[in-house]
Design a binder for this molecule. Structure first.
Ligand code: DGL
Length: 277
């Protein structure tokens, strides 16, 4: 008898897996939960290896595959790479690795789709980590639309530690934001992509810099809508909540626990789940 390959069908009752380098991706998890309250979420924050923004592509790929394994073991129907740096560095690999076992989403493609629909013939700005900007992923995908959209990108690495220190709405945060956004590279943009999990927390400060005159694109909300549309279309929406959400982290400190409120809106318990042990 030849080899027998049994292909499991993906079921609506399975949870959604969301991963990030740390706690910041909870902005995306929060947007998904707000829109899809019946979905059980398994979140994984790779707190032992953050930040991803300054890591090599190879390192981010290795971490991402390891996390994908955890989320597949937990039976996730969909894996959402909530981190822009990991979406830039590891999406194709994670999708290939996952195959038919789950659907894989990133935080870049839904934003690029949104830009295609709303910003033809315009100049779009992007801010993100060094990894996200230097990978050129957003720029390439926007160019490929062929809609005369110019994407001007600037790495803004100081913003993540600034937000994690809760330096929000103070003189220092305003100065840092100002000196980045005043950069020549971002002159005359008509919209700005917040290409990092953390930036929704300074959306209002960024909007103030532009006197609320340009659109600030918060990918968390756009991505959550795209996940909902996908699940709806494919009859994979869960009709009722079947289990509690879990928030796994590869390293656990009181500071990470305290950060959940900042990024998820409420305190949530973190469970330690080392990636290598
Ligand atoms: N989650 C990362 C991102 O969205 C930011 C934090 C980090 O560098 O790990 O790019």
């Amino acid at each position: 008898m030849g080899p027998f390959v049994y292909k499991m069908a993906i079921k609506a009752s399975q949870p959604i897996g969301i991963f990030d380098s740390g706690i910041g991706g909870m902005t995306v998890a929060h947007a998904v939960k707000a829109l899809l309250p019946n979905e059980q979420i398994i979140y994984f924050g790779d707190t032992a290896h953050l930040p991803y923004g300054d890591k090599s592509t190879a390192a981010i790929q290795a971490y991402s595959i390891k996390i994908t394994d955890v989320l597949l073991q937990k039976g996730c129907k969909l894996i959402l790479i909530a981190c822009n740096s990991a979406s830039s560095a590891a999406f194709d690999l994670v999708r290939e690795y996952t195959g038919s076992r789950a659907r894989v989403f990133n935080v870049i493609d839904p934003v690029v789709d949104y830009i295609r629909e709303h910003y033809e013939n315009s100049k779009v700005g992007l801010i993100g980590t060094r990894q996200t900007v230097s990978s050129g992923t957003y720029q390439r995908k926007i160019d490929a639309l062929g809609q005369n959209i110019e994407c001007k990108a600037l790495a803004t690495p100081l913003l993540v530690p600034m937000i994690e220190e809760r330096w929000l709405q103070n003189d220092i945060s305003k100065q840092i934001i100002h000196s980045y956004l005043a950069n020549e590279e971002l002159a005359d943009i008509e919209s700005l992509i917040l290409g990092c999990t953390h930036y929704p927390l300074i959306k209002s400060e960024i909007a103030e810099f532009y006197f609320n005159k340009i659109d600030i694109l918060d990918s968390a909300a756009i991505v959550a809508k795209s996940v909902r549309a996908y699940l709806e279309y494919n009859h994979l929406l869960s009709s009722k909540l079947l289990g509690s959400d879990h928030f796994l982290v590869s390293d656990l400190t009181p500071n990470f626990e305290a950060a959940t409120k900042l990024f998820f809106g409420i305190d949530v318990p973190l469970e330690k789940y080392p990636l290598w042990e």
